[in-house]
Design a protein around this ligand. Structure first.
Ligand code: SAM
Length: 292
């Protein structure tokens, strides 16, 4: 019986055998602490009813632990050099499927239909490549898929943004995009010593679970996200200034903008970071009634 892939001695042996030179540009930091992997799998509450999507299996440390608990694991790895390594390290697990692809380019709904037929409960579990944490999260929460959970490791600063409250520095467009679909909770932090090689930042595991249904819905998701992005485009500027950047400064437009703010009882000087998700949804709909 071989030790876990995540065992530091085995991790180094695999890297030596395959001559793996870690690619920093791909955010390659391999987890080599099996206890942390067990904690991630428990945070995601993986059972044999769950199909799991993993982003960036690396040499398979997390994939292995997922394969032992889940029904099936579908993992996307961009680095072609790691594909033969994964074929060997994960050979004992028949429920694992590795796809050599860029997670930002795949159509996840199609991939699920193709590789996970009859999937019922789909969860995402990953130790993310940090250089693309934000686009990956945005892609996951805007995909037309009802994930039962998304449990992901990321740099601590980004983790704090996901669960941030209005009015704080960490609160912004990413917070709102994620909270529109999911409820975020910072599960636990992870020391940089748990990785080979060690990253330059501290890490945290975030669990995202489906949120309570919203009472008011935006008339259009695209309009809501256009408004959110635009209102945080210049964080230091007032909501009023950002609204004019989005909708224009024509006198007729300004009249409608002012009427919308009045209806919402919002001062011109307020900043976007003061507005809750519900506030942004209400503002989207009020602006719409003013033909904006
Ligand atoms: N899961 C492994 C672990 O926990 O030890 C490795 C995690 S490492 C932080 C991130 C992994 O994501 C690397 O294997 C890297 O090659 C892969 N990766 C980077 N960019 C990617 C992309 N655009 N699509 C898919 N995988 C990517």
């Amino acid at each position: 019986d071989r030790p876990d892939i995540a065992n530091p001695v085995r991790t180094r042996a695999i890297m030596n055998t395959y001559g793996i030179a870690v690619k920093k540009s791909l955010g390659q930091n391999f987890l080599s602490d099996v206890n942390i992997l067990h904690n991630i799998v428990s945070a995601a509450d993986i059972t044999d009813d769950d199909d799991v999507i993993e982003v960036g299996p690396g040499i398979g440390a997390l994939t292995e632990q997922l394969a032992r608990s889940a029904k099936r694991v579908l993992a996307f790895e961009i680095d072609q050099n790691l594909i033969p390594v994964l074929a060997e390290t994960l050979a004992p697990y028949k429920n694992v499927n590795i796809v050599n692809a860029d997670i930002l380019k795949v159509d996840l709904a199609n991939e699920i239909a193709e590789h996970l037929p009859d999937a019922e409960t789909v969860k995402v579990v990953a130790n993310l490549p940090y250089y693309i944490t934000t686009p990956i999260l945005m892609g996951l929460v805007s995909a037309p898929i009802d994930f039962a959970a998304i449990v992901v490791m990321m740099q601590k600063e980004v983790a704090e943004r996901l669960s941030a409250e209005p009015g704080t520095k960490a609160y912004g467009a990413l917070t709102l995009a994620v909270q529109y679909k999911m409820q975020a909770r910072l599960a636990f932090t992870v020391s940089r010593t748990a990785f080979i090689p060690q990253p330059n930042v501290d890490s945290a595991i975030v669990t995202l679970t489906p949120r309570e249904p919203l009472i008011e819905k935006p008339f259009s998701d695209d309009a809501l996200f256009r408004l959110i992005r635009g209102c945080f485009a210049h964080r230091r500027k007032s909501l009023w200034n950002n609204l004019q950047s989005i909708f224009g400064k024509a006198p007729a437009t300004k009249v409608e903008l002012q009427a919308s703010l009045d209806e919402m009882e919002l001062a011109q000087s307020i900043r976007a970071e003061r507005l809750s998700l519900e506030g942004f949804i209400a503002l989207t709909n009020v602006l719409h009634t003013h033909n904006l």
